[in-house]
Design a protein. Structure first.
Length: 345
């Protein structure tokens, strides 16, 4: 990992004494900084909730899901959160498990146009033929972009895709490059501020559900199921707390985003909360429930698998039952102490 990334992570999280000094057990947690679904990790650290279940997190951050998943080859982390597209790829390549949903980010993955182009594109989407779309391939941003093209009656072959990281997209689009930018929040808001950007279509607009994934390295989950359940309980505790403490959540979000290099007006922080549903323990269990057949989450990830096959990233659509499991969420629910902790507000 780059030294700058390590430094940013160190600055973003309060110092914790070594595990041996406190009788805590280390867990390596990975995430992408300055994203709403990663906020629960920061809140839990600020509130000291990791200690309450005997864990000491060691955080690593990644600019996107692809390098995050690639780090599994070196067993660089045990648990974390990522986009659903990287979660599917991680399952195929490294046996990565999806054990819950960070948030529904369907409205937070979108195509952004410049204000001057919006009416023209809306009136005549076919005008996009031959134009450049800046996006990050194998990502939920690309998934939402493809759904929007389909909604407009266009195919992937009708446009030219330029594969860039999200920071590069912001820079390039702000400098006048590309007709559309495929980005996710909070990068959407940055383009609204810097480039007079307007969301012209989101995954939600196009009927594409874009879930974020709570993930576990398979061998870690198998060897340390109690630790995996405790990790989930901490995340869920933060989610439950956020739902009941909006004002303080906004304050902590601003702090968390700023430490990751993102500064936004409060209206956008409020928008994050309003447009990105998160899920409590009971809600997670309902989403993962297969008692009547395929679960809601199975359906979401099945669609993601179809997208990854369509773009040639995968040869076949993976079966969600092979990598999405409710085992660890049920462990939280079945443990009276962890369940009470996860649902505390």
């Amino acid at each position: 990992m780059h030294r700058r990334t390590l430094l940013a992570t160190a600055l973003a999280l309060p110092a914790i004494r070594p595990a041996t000094a406190q009788g805590l057990t280390t867990i390596k947690v990975s995430y992408q900084p300055s994203l709403y679904w990663a906020l629960p990790y920061f809140i839990a650290t600020e509130k000291g909730w990791w200690r309450e279940v005997g864990l000491q997190p060691e955080f690593s951050t990644f600019a996107a899901g692809a390098p995050q998943v690639a780090a599994l080859a070196a067993r660089a982390w045990d648990a974390g959160g990522t986009g659903s597209a990287p979660a599917v790829l991680g399952a195929q390549r490294f046996g990565l498990l999806t054990v819950g949903i960070t948030n529904d980010e369907s409205a937070g993955n979108a195509l952004v146009a410049r204000r001057a182009d919006v009416e023209r594109i809306r009136a005549n989407p076919s005008s996009l033929r031959g134009q450049q779309i800046l996006l990050t391939t194998n990502s939920t941003g690309e998934y939402a972009a493809f759904a929007c093209l389909e909604k407009w009656g266009l195919s992937r072959r009708d446009v030219t895709f330029v594969n860039l990281g999200q920071a590069q997209i912001i820079s390039a689009f702000s400098s006048g490059n590309g007709t559309l930018a495929g980005v996710w929040a909070p990068n959407i808001y940055t383009l609204e501020e810097r480039a007079e950007g307007v969301v012209i279509c989101s995954g939600k607009d196009a009927g594409a559900t874009v879930p974020g994934a709570l993930i576990l390295r398979a061998d870690f989950a198998r060897e340390q199921p109690a630790r995996a359940a405790a990790y989930l309980a901490v995340y869920l505790r933060s989610v439950a707390w956020q739902k009941q403490n909006r004002a303080e959540t906004v304050q902590l979000m601003a702090k968390f985003y700023q430490q990751g290099g993102v500064t936004l007006p409060e209206k956008y922080l409020e928008k994050e909360i309003d447009t990105r549903p998160t899920f409590t323990l009971r809600e997670q269990l309902r989403l993962l429930d297969r008692s009547a057949g395929a679960s809601t989450v199975d359906g979401w990830f099945g669609k993601l698998g179809e997208y990854l096959k369509a773009v040639g990233t995968l040869q076949q659509v993976p079966e969600p039952r092979n990598y999405v499991t409710d085992e660890y969420m049920k462990r939280v629910a079945d443990d009276a102490r962890l369940s009470a902790f996860a649902e505390a507000r």
